[in-house]
Design a protein around this ligand. Structure first.
Ligand SMILES: [Zn+2]
Length: 272
């Protein structure tokens, strides 16, 4: 799985001249701002909403089956995030391109920001990127999204508000052959009090196995949203990770949207 064929750059249909724009004029912008004036204390963020790849990068050298898998996006989270944006009346910033192009929840110096490999799949279109190719992905996709969120938080904080930053994610039930036991997990960094409240609320639903900093932990070397947008500002914040087979239908999104709305409303009464 880890051997790579050396293909002359000129023959790689997924390579792009960084002197030309990465996004064509008829492609979606890097991110969507949904319900930007929502009055909820929650600011919802969704970095892994889409598996779209800019046309200029072709298929990144991946077969269709790989581009539909969880390595390209978080299955179900686009709908779940939009559901919560409506029920909570919360602003939502959501990326329009795959994390395989650039992962907007990774520090730029993390190897996984533009991954050569994800789970056990090599990403041919990301191997041996030139500095200009890398820079173009950052400038086109990462920076506009990160700046839009920072500006929104600056504005809210200048108004004396204390927004609560929530990232919405999903995880695969089986990772590298290992079954995971959780229905959902809450990941937090400095805001342990808020994280614990949300975990207590979800466990209070009575029928769920909820991970406490599982299936992942937050680390400033590997995460961007919570360390930068919440912890560095002294704001409450967490990532919600839902097992993706629970939200891959509209009925599942409805059920989890209702659950999470209940739990988030209860948590904001204590921390809002
Ligand atoms: Zn994710």
């Amino acid at each position: 799985m880890t051997s790579s064929k050396v293909i002359p750059r000129t023959e790689n249909r997924w390579r792009h001249d960084p002197g030309q724009p990465l996004l064509a004029i008829d492609e979606p912008p890097p991110y969507a701002a949904i319900n930007p004036d929502g009055i909820s204390p929650y600011l919802l963020l969704c970095e892994h909403a889409s598996n779209r790849i800019p046309r200029a990068l072709g298929d990144l050298g991946l077969p269709a089956a790989e581009r539909l898998r969880h390595i390209a996006w978080d299955i179900g989270v686009s709908a779940l995030s939009q559901y919560l944006s409506r029920t909570l009346d919360a602003p939502l910033f959501m990326t329009n391109y795959s994390r395989l192009v650039i992962d907007c929840n990774r520090p730029l110096d993390a190897p996984s920001a533009i991954p050569d490999i994800s789970e056990a799949t090599e990403i041919p279109g990301n191997i041996d990127l030139s500095a200009p190719e890398r820079e173009q992905r950052i400038k086109t996709l990462f920076t506009p999204y990160a700046n839009a969120i920072a500006r929104r938080l600056d504005l809210l904080q200048s108004q004396g508000k204390r927004p609560i930053v929530i990232g919405i994610h999903s995880f695969t039930p089986v990772y590298l052959g290992r079954q995971r036991p959780w229905h959902a997990g809450i990941l937090y960094g400095a805001a342990a009090g808020f994280g614990q409240t949300l975990i207590r609320e979800l466990r209070g639903e009575g029928d769920l196995t909820i991970g406490d900093n599982e299936p992942y932990t937050i680390h400033p070397d590997e995460d961007y949203t919570v360390p930068v947008h919440a912890d560095a500002r002294g704001l409450d914040g967490a990532l919600i990770e839902v097992r993706h087979d629970l939200i891959d239908t509209l009925a599942g999104v409805d059920a989890w949207g209702d659950r999470l709305t209940r739990c988030l409303l209860a948590a904001s009464k204590e921390h809002g």
